[in-house]
Design a protein around this ligand. Structure first.
Ligand code: 13P
Length: 264
């Protein structure tokens, strides 16, 4: 059990035809809530944090906490850097012992995105860590900043797949944060890619998708599903009154309940 390489989780998910939940954490309560949910349901899980969140939760503090929680867990847990934008941050996560890193060059032209992925693969190989990249574009930044969703092209998917990455986030009309209305997902991208990539497929922007959408994307090969906003909202909603310890306990409980719903 305990801390594992992310690729091993994704390969098992491929064999079993399911997806692993990857949950964004911001503090200790979030981490404990995710682990509690995974242990309750005896499910593997991924703990992740995006580079853009590090001004609030510095990597040198939250990283060791995520790793410690993973190592003590009764279920397999991978620890992942979400949306790594710089090689310096990716290297810091690898040096801390993260078992997976994402290099997100989706805001750059494809040649630069491919070059960033190759550099990341070279760094990650030294630590036997998994690499995720992104093509097309998940709408809105992880922090809510505006960015238009772009549908991934087949050519870009194949080019990125050849860089040696293990997991590929493909833009299919999905976006981070709250959807104003249920999004129209471009399932045809997944149908066209089916069985043609070495990499496992990753779905970003999980908050607010319907059960039918989750089932459909999993049936079409999505093996990692990212959830952030719903965790942050459930934790914020659970903090009431001025008793810090009550707020800690209710945060853990609220995050666990939300994560259990998504895993189920
Ligand atoms: P949501 O905030 O929409 O759940 O997206 C999470 C995500 O994709 C993190 O990378």
């Amino acid at each position: 059990m305990a801390l594992v390489n992310m690729q091993s989780l994704l390969h098992k998910a491929e064999e079993g035809g399911y997806a692993v939940g990857s949950f964004s954490v911001a503090n200790m309560e979030c981490i404990r809530g995710v682990i509690h949910a995974a242990e309750t349901l005896r499910a593997p899980v991924i703990l992740q944090i995006a580079e853009i969140r590090l001004p609030y939760s510095p990597l040198y503090l939250i990283g060791p906490m995520m790793l410690a929680a993973a190592k003590r867990a009764q279920v397999p847990v991978a620890v992942h850097l979400d949306h790594g934008k710089t090689l310096a941050c990716i290297q810091e996560a690898l040096d801390l012992g993260f078992t997976s890193v994402m290099c997100d060059g989706s805001d750059q032209p494809i040649d630069a995105n491919v070059a960033f992925a190759k550099q990341t693969v070279a760094l990650a190989k030294e630590k036997d860590a998994t690499v995720e990249a992104e093509v097309g574009r998940v709408g809105r930044g992880e922090d809510g900043s505006e960015a238009e969703a772009q549908i991934a092209s087949m050519d870009d998917c194949f080019r990125m797949d050849e860089t040696g990455i293990d997991a590929l986030a493909v833009g299919i009309g999905n976006a981070h944060g709250l959807y104003a209305a249920t999004p129209q997902l471009h399932y045809e991208v997944l149908e066209d890619l089916h069985g043609k990539l070495h990499s496992s497929l990753v779905m970003h922007g999980g908050t607010g998708l319907t059960d039918e959408q989750f089932k459909k994307v999993i049936s079409l090969g999505m093996r990692k599903i990212n959830i952030a906003t719903d965790l942050f909202m459930s934790q914020a909603g659970a903090c009431q009154g001025k008793d810090i310890f009550k707020n800690i306990a209710s945060s853990v409980e609220a995050v666990s309940a939300t994560v259990q719903r998504y895993i189920t």
